[in-house]
Design a protein around this ligand. Sequence first.
Ligand SMILES: *[C@@H]1O[C@H](CO)[C@@H](O)[C@H](O)[C@H]1NC(C)=O
Ligand SMILES: *[C@@H]1O[C@H](CO)[C@@H](O)[C@H](O)[C@H]1NC(C)=O
Ligand SMILES: *[C@@H]1O[C@H](CO)[C@@H](O)[C@H](O)[C@H]1NC(C)=O
Ligand SMILES: *[C@@H]1O[C@H](CO)[C@@H](O)[C@H](O)[C@H]1NC(C)=O
Ligand SMILES: *[C@@H]1O[C@H](CO)[C@@H](O)[C@H](O)[C@H]1NC(C)=O
Ligand SMILES: *[C@@H]1O[C@H](CO)[C@@H](O)[C@H](O)[C@H]1NC(C)=O
Ligand SMILES: *[C@@H]1O[C@H](CO)[C@@H](O)[C@H](O)[C@H]1NC(C)=O
Ligand SMILES: *[C@@H]1O[C@H](CO)[C@@H](O)[C@H](O)[C@H]1NC(C)=O
Length: 530
Amino acid sequence: MAVFLPAGVLLLSVLGLAACAQGRPNPLSRDGHWPITSPAHTEHHVKDIDTSAIYHQHVQRASQRYSTMLGSSVEKRFNQAVIENAVSHLQETQANASAPVNLLILDESDNPNPKGSGFSPIGLEIALVQPVIRAEQPRHPNSIGLDIQANDIGCENSLTSSLATNLHATDIATVQIGTPPKNFSLFVDSGSSDLWVGHEECKGYDVGDCGAHTFLGNSSTTFNNTGHPWHIRYGAGFVLGKIVTDLVSIAGLQLKAPHKFGVAMEESPEFASSKIPYDGFLGTAKSHLSQQHAPTLIEALRNEGLVKEGIVSYHIPRALDTMKAGAPVKNVGELTLGAMNPAKYNASTLVTVPNVSPTGFWEAPVDEVRVNGTSIGLARRSAILDTGSTLLVAPKEDVSAIHMLIPGSLYTGTRWIIPCTTNATISLVISGQEFPIDSRDLLFLPLNMGRLKGYCWSTISEMRGVSKPKGTNISKTGGKTTSWLVGDVFLKNVYFSTNLDRDTISVARLAEQPELAASEATELEDKTAD
Ligand SMILES: *[C@@H]1O[C@H](CO)[C@@H](O)[C@H](O)[C@H]1NC(C)=O
Ligand SMILES: *[C@@H]1O[C@H](CO)[C@@H](O)[C@H](O)[C@H]1NC(C)=O
Ligand SMILES: *[C@@H]1O[C@H](CO)[C@@H](O)[C@H](O)[C@H]1NC(C)=O
Ligand SMILES: *[C@@H]1O[C@H](CO)[C@@H](O)[C@H](O)[C@H]1NC(C)=O
Ligand SMILES: *[C@@H]1O[C@H](CO)[C@@H](O)[C@H](O)[C@H]1NC(C)=O
Ligand SMILES: *[C@@H]1O[C@H](CO)[C@@H](O)[C@H](O)[C@H]1NC(C)=O
Ligand SMILES: *[C@@H]1O[C@H](CO)[C@@H](O)[C@H](O)[C@H]1NC(C)=O
Ligand SMILES: *[C@@H]1O[C@H](CO)[C@@H](O)[C@H](O)[C@H]1NC(C)=O
């Protein structure tokens, strides 16, 4: 089915708004069709979408998460004041987000690399339609597919009309819980350690219920509510609930003992909204960070001997690679437990490093950063590998050093923008091995949705708008923070794996994917950009 329209993006916005307006996002069926049948010809100008506000929100939320990670990381007290504060912060962020940015005057003529392909029309369409792209069921043992929700950019109308915007990067795995077992879609988050789903009597924090999701409660005959209170707060959003036990299985691995985890009795809009394509979280950081003071799912699997080692391995899918000629091809995203999947990576590029996080995250030492293969002198940083973040967030000086070497990049006083046509390659060097970031992944959204070869917001952002963490225990050199928050911008480019037993992190370049050779993708974009 041809989804590309000659005059480009005007109609796409219509499709996007249609998908955003109808509650739960439209999944692409396994045999793969867009949720679009006939585009309606209503007047709406995609050019008017304020990508500045969307970007601002992403940066704020990633910064909040980053700040929490650098801080003492585990909140000891959680009370009404904390909730009020979280909500008012969110409202303030939204208000600030609507401040005008006078950058829309920049266009193609300012572009130092006019021959580059620019922001992909496929990428724009994915950002607007926000489909949930289902993964294939992997053949590799102890593995499950990672579904993704698109480019996780958020819908324009939901941004302005409610707080309920899905701004997370969303890598989703299906886990079975209860008796009889129900399928729960869980957001796989390597930056937290709690497993939770909504309770059957879950309430939204402000008003209403917890949306069109799958819930757990007395309908499961093995459900046991311990009555102990529990809560967790993320960079954006929070849930309050109880500690429970029930039977859990993942990737065909069935825990014999009831597993201890959380049910949410109250969810903030970030989770309660029907637009959110997942029912809860699967935290895969270490149990040091567990707000439930319980072994994580992977620890429980290892403790029962269902897997030999406490290993979790990720192939985070790239939405752009799941589309070809406007139709879905393959989402090869995969989560493997207890091992790595050798078919997924190039073994000669595999490195294994110690986890340097003192607090329970997965943090890999980074020797240096290169732009086009040349070192730019940011030595001895470290990367908190966080599947729960879209962006890469780092201290201002480091982010500037990188952008200075991207031709045409501009600093707006708070945020970096880069030519959408950039082909600069930024690499992180880990244990001597260079891991490049695909230049497409440097582009968040165009400033002006009508100018795909104009300027784009950079997915590498400095930390903004949050107070300096207190009582921190971060790695520092000469008083400066050297830990970076490294989200899907980077993680989509590698296969990576964490090992609890050895406290190590392995990273490798991805194996070539024959189904989407780079030349094909380029050809497609050239054709559709006309
Ligand atoms: C919003 O803007 C005001 C005034 O510029 C500033 O004081 C406040 O810190 C900002 N809030 C956030 C969350 O960015
Ligand atoms: C970037 O694109 C230009 C053409 O616009 C090409 O000459 C150059 O070799 C490319 N550089 C890299 C690093 O791919
Ligand atoms: C759970 O999902 C699997 C496929 O992922 C499906 O085969 C199974 O029928 C589902 N189970 C339930 C109870 O919906
Ligand atoms: C769930 O079951 C427990 C134990 O039987 C009971 O105490 C509780 O009232 C039930 N809750 C609801 C909402 O039915
Ligand atoms: C529920 O859990 C408690 C303590 O965790 C245990 O004593 C009790 O037997 C459990 N009840 C059921 C029905 O499994
Ligand atoms: C694996 O990576 C090495 C080093 O970059 C490269 O030379 C080799 O061609 C790659 N092998 C495959 C099968 O892609
Ligand atoms: C990196 O490569 C791009 C594309 O060829 C080029 O425009 C840019 O000047 C290069 N930057 C550096 C620092 O070499
Ligand atoms: C910082 O680390 C030290 C030693 O690892 C530990 O004793 C201390 O409690 C930590 N402080 C915080 C605020 O986490």
